[in-house]
Design a protein around this ligand. Structure first.
Ligand code: SF4
Ligand code: SF4
Length: 349
């Protein structure tokens, strides 16, 4: 958080009313408790977001729905027709984690054609992305699974955010980071010097509480050098159940599958999240599978995030260090350990 940016203030009491007004012109997604999980859901008027809870899932589904209808078709009709899905409306994610906002930055070059991996632009992603405003809520503490600071982030990183909200005793100080963020917070009063000072102190406290970052600059080359090391990957993947929890919860996993669901000659074309830890991900129609075992699949997942993606996107890792894959893995597979093991192993080869 910079001392130089415009800062606004909203009290906790005023927040539900403010968000209800925002929701009159679009959908406001915010953390909500559902069963044992904290998920980003559309906020009902008058509801307060659960800002103290750490979302179990990322908010990537706001711009990349779990399953989305691309178009419907009716080839039975007298005049066969394809009907595009309706344009999405504006959305605000209020209370995103800073790592989740950085996750969007990993999606962007893949879907907007600006990376060196290809020039295709994905209309379905881009139209949601351009209409989504991100209000990041700075974390007040880090979990032992968090490692955002290893990969260029931090608990109050402004990267990818339109507004950075920092909790103080009386309410939220909103650091305005984009034009859209300024429009969002236009009706709110400026933060006082004391409020802005309290926010800066809160950010410093949480940043200071984080353990030091591991040095990962050697990771891309190390992982590339271990591509053919079957033994290394067999050991690292020994406990993996290939359940896919890591991919579905990951804010930077962007693979999808396309399916047609039809009743005879009419139906819909869907795009749905896919999961590279599943053997079905690469199963070809011939029956051949280039990644038949879990070692191959884990190598691909880790290698993609820490080696192949950086080689296509200016050295940036496609992991934001949220730690969800570590926290939610039923077999305690820890991506940090795999990357550090790879760096060590490559240095010893
Ligand atoms: S969550 Fe764990 S067990 Fe499941 S696929 Fe991922 S690494 Fe394997
Ligand atoms: S790989 Fe794991 S730590 Fe990295 S962004 Fe995905 S879920 Fe988070």
């Amino acid at each position: 958080m910079s001392a130089d940016t415009v800062k606004k203030f909203i009290s906790f009491d005023a927040l539900p009313g403010f968000l209800a007004r925002v929701a009159e012109t679009g959908t406001v997604y915010a953390p909500r408790r559902e069963g044992g999980a904290v998920v980003y859901r559309p906020l009902k008027p008058g509801d307060a977001p659960e800002l103290g809870a750490r979302p179990t899932e990322s908010c990537k589904h706001v711009v990349f729905p779990r399953s989305e209808t691309l178009f419907s078709f009716d080839l039975k009709a007298e005049r066969p027709a394809l009907t595009e899905s309706p344009e999405p409306g504006p959305a605000v994610v209020f209370g995103a984690l800073s790592c989740d906002a950085r996750g969007f930055l990993a999606f962007d070059p893949v879907y907007n054609g600006s990376g060196t991996g290809g020039s295709a632009r994905d209309t379905y992603y881009l139209r949601r992305r351009s209409r989504t405003l991100l209000v990041v809520k700075a974390c007040k503490s880090a979990l032992n699974t968090c490692f955002c600071n290893w990969v260029g982030g931090g608990p109050a990183s402004p990267q990818g955010a339109d507004v950075l909200a920092v909790e103080t005793e009386q309410g939220l100080v909103l650091d305005i980071l984009s034009e859209q963020g300024a429009a969002f917070a236009e009706s709110l009063p400026a933060a006082s010097e004391a409020q802005a000072g309290a926010a800066l102190a809160a950010v410093k406290a949480v940043e200071d509480s984080l353990p030091g970052a591991a040095e990962l600059s050697a990771a891309p080359a190390a992982l590339a050098s271990l591509f053919s090391s079957a033994e290394f990957w067999k050991n690292e993947s020994a406990h993996c159940l290939y359940c896919g929890a890591c991919t579905y919860l990951c804010p930077t996993c962007y693979c999808f599958n396309i399916t047609d669901e039809s009743d005879g000659l009419s139906g819909v074309r869907l795009r749905s999240w896919d999961n590279c830890m599943s053997p079905l991900f690469t199963l070809e129609a011939s029956g051949h599978n280039p990644r038949p075992n879990k070692a191959d699949r884990l190598k691909n997942r880790v290698g993609h995030k820490f080696s192949y993606y950086p080689s296509l996107h200016a050295g940036r890792f496609s992991c934001c260090g949220c730690g969800r894959c570590i926290k939610s893995c039923p077999s305690s597979v820890d991506i940090r350990k795999i990357v550090l093991d790879a760096v060590k192993e490559a240095a010893n080869v």
